[in-house]
Design a protein around this ligand. Structure first.
Ligand code: SAH
Length: 256
């Protein structure tokens, strides 16, 4: 047994059926590369190892690593010890790879920002996370939890909230409900606007989400041709990915 550490967001899944369902949710062909984040004692790992895939696991906790080495010696060099946020994700696979895990909830948003950074390599993600964060990521415009991660991720991924998981299937039980989501890379290779600018506009827009975009984007010193646009009467949460792309295009044009 590994004694769970709160600081590492360790909540070990006890329910084998849910573990199987999570692993089955990965809809990929055989021989593809998969990285499991935070395998812990290996409840998902055991089922992943039964699939015909090229599996790597990334775990920060020494005790868990020792446990994994003992119970899954076949992992060998594919067991990477360390902080997944500090690892070189390009080194995970030569071509594309998929990500899976019962994520440490304290860093789940950061994991998704890493996914975004590596969107040209990360093809599919199946992750369990805090229900609120899962809902935020999967929500559509107009929803009050729709935010920065929703827009940025939905620009490149098709996202489904698969199922909700109650606290009592974990040891120790977390204080929150959990949910499993799946992200599949969409066909958009590049947005039709400067992608850095797009990200900046989205971030700034949501910084003060109660304000209209006209006010929220004040610090960008936009010219009157932009600030007079009807679209800026809206709040960031009312804009789709396409609306944000359009707005970014207009801002670029106004730069001359
Ligand atoms: N997959 C296991 C454990 C989930 S708990 C299960 O379902 O039972 C989250 C796991 O992520 C823990 O094993 C924890 O040690 C690991 N973890 C936490 N922070 C991490 C980090 N920065 N990098 C890699 N693993 C991390």
């Amino acid at each position: 047994m590994v004694r769970p550490k709160k600081s590492l967001g360790q909540h070990f899944l006890k329910d084998q059926n849910i573990a199987m369902q999570i692993v089955d949710a990965l809809e990929i062909d055989s021989r593809q590369s998969v990285v499991e984040i935070g395998p812990g004692t290996g409840v998902l790992t055991q089922y992943l190892l039964k699939r015909d895939i090229d599996l790597k696991v990334a775990e920060i906790d020494r005790d868990s690593v020792a446990h994994l080495k003992k119970h899954f010696p076949q992992l060998k060099k594919n067991l990477i010890e360390g902080d997944v946020l500090k690892m070189d994700w390009n080194g995970f696979a030569e071509k594309t790879f998929h990500v899976i895990g019962n994520f440490p909830y304290n860093i789940s948003s950061q994991i998704f920002f890493k996914v975004l950074e590596h969107r040209d390599k990360v093809d599919q993600v199946v992750g369990m996370l805090q229900k609120e964060v899962a809902e935020r990521i999967a929500s559509d415009k107009g929803n009050k939890v729709y935010g920065i991660l929703s827009v940025l991720l939905q620009a490149y991924y098709d996202i489904e909230l698969l199922f909700i998981v109650p606290p009592d299937v974990f040891f120790p039980p977390p204080k929150v409900m959990s949910a499993v989501i799946r992200l599949k890379r969409n066909k958009t290779e590049r947005l039709d606007c400067d992608e850095k600018r797009f990200k900046a506009v989205v971030k700034q827009g949501f910084q003060t989400r109660r304000k209209t975009l006209r006010n929220a984007l004040k610090s960008l010193n936009l010219p009157p041709s932009i600030t007079s646009m009807k679209l800026l009467d809206l709040r960031a949460e009312q804009l789709s990915v396409a609306d944000f792309v359009f707005l970014t295009q207009q801002i670029e044009k106004s730069d001359g």
